[in-house]
Design a protein around this ligand. Sequence first.
Ligand code: CIR
Length: 263
Amino acid sequence: MSRSTHFSTAITRRPSASITSGLRAVDTGTPDLALMQADHDAYIATLKATGATVVELPPLEAFPDSVFVEDTALCLADGAVIMRPGAPSRLGEAAEMAPHLRALYTWVVEISGKNSFIEGGDILVTETEILVGRSARTNAEGIAELKHLVAPWGHKVREVLTPPGVLHFKTDCSLLDAETILSTKRLSASGCFVGYTVIDVPDGEEAAANTIRFNDLVLMPAGFPKTRDTLATAGFQVREIGNSECSKLDGGMSCLSLRFTPS
Ligand code: CIR
């Protein structure tokens, strides 16, 4: 079993009523909290169906984007790293997550430089390396600090570029198994996945690139039949989860959880 796809635990946070004030690149309408909650419940049930424990945290009204817990931390086998989100309205979310990780991990370290910014959505952990996309949220200082913090745990960090105009590196890709990455063509064409098997997302379904492999399942946003069929044909067990409301806030499958096996 691969440590980059198989996990005992996930952390999620219930969406808050303030989600309607969440960040978004383009306004495509107000998210419907009840529908988002129903989709969130289905997401959690699917994680649990793999046998994992899901720690469900309460909503944080002061932080409209706090349902997107992935951006607050990087959870590795050896320890967790608390991020410093580059979005000013999200910076305080990391401190809210820290005690929950300290309760589960022996080692928790923090990105602390005042000029260092990094969000979990820009980080793809594979079996052999940690790819970090420089983006509007993640800068060179944040990546350098992460590199320094995880080196003692034996991890190699490789800096890559999140495509311009794309929120996070993982908005455009996901790890499907130890060797295989699902990616948009615009990202895979950059050459950053040389050495991996890449499955390109079919044209017109770029929003389906953000999936998660969680134990035996691949969770993907509903409404992308070509991608679903491509993944099923490649042998993956796919579960579709409604994402219409989170997508109004540029969020997807990976953003909604931290996934790990605590040390
Ligand atoms: C934001 O702009 O920060 C949120 N509205 C969406 C965060 C999505 N997170 C992720 O892709 N990891």
